[in-house]
Design a protein around this ligand. Sequence first.
Ligand code: NAD
Length: 298
Amino acid sequence: MARIAFIGVGNMGGPMSTNLAKAQHQVRAFDLSDKALKAAQDGGATVANSVADAVKDAEIVITMLPAGAHVREVYMGPAGIFENAPKGCLFIDSSTIDVATTREVIAAAKVAGFEMVDAPVSGGTGGAAAGTLTFMVGGEQNAFNRGRPAFDAMGKTIVHCGDAGAGQAVKACNNMMLAISMIGVAEGFNLADALGIDRQVVYDVCSTATANSWALSTYCPVPGPAPNSPANRDYEAGFTADMMLKDLRLAQDAAQKAGVSTPLGSEAQALYALYSNMGRGHKDFSGIIQMLRGKANE
Ligand code: NAD
């Protein structure tokens, strides 16, 4: 079993570190938040008092941080991971960040003599707690293989997507597609409502016809047809609109840099920004159906 440093044990990283400890890995956690550290400790990690202290004996370092700036700072900054990790240590960044920063940090790791992969996840806090996350991994095959036991302790579906940055790229594409399809499903239900059609009938037909999608059949944005969807609990978040907005911004950033036209992705970003600015960013992303109906909170 490996000695693993885990930096960033918040809503996602906390339960992920607990699953590593449950799988008998020796986990040493660091976070700026005492509350997050305490929860990680309760889950079986030992607590470090700095990034340097966390990584000093590590075989693997995993980071789960809010955004690209944090990742750059924690790896490349003074007293960061590059300066303090032992030779041969493998780095896994599971944060959801932009492709450009990911490629920059992985290239710098290589220059410093370390193998590193990007490994963003899908599955939310529920998947993190249950150990059923999907990992989308970018980087060299050898690094992917070395990380595999750690991924297996935290996730169920582990996919090697390609070279450095490929994990972030796949995640951005997935969430852009999901946001667009959710808005499409929401518009369909709103039109059907206005035309006086029973929602269950719309669901029964469309979920078995050509319009079917995960957003419709599993995560249906109106209450009733899919009993476990957030619509049935006043859009209490499984995946918040603000998280979706973050991912749409990352997708648009990547599209602009690559010179790709993504008009519906751009529109989805604008709509989620509007929904967030209405004070609904903490709600589930499927709640956007209410805004599209002209009623942001009913
Ligand atoms: P979070 O805010 O709960 O956790 C991030 C943690 O990083 C915090 O505890 C914070 O104190 C810590 N941190 C920030 N800067 C630090 C530093 N310099 N050194 C040490 N610790 C530092 O966020 P989260 O929900 O756990 O999300 C983490 C990442 O996972 C994000 O990139 C997010 O986009 C991604 N993600 C989240 C979800 C989700 O449903 N929450 C799903 C998939 C992916």
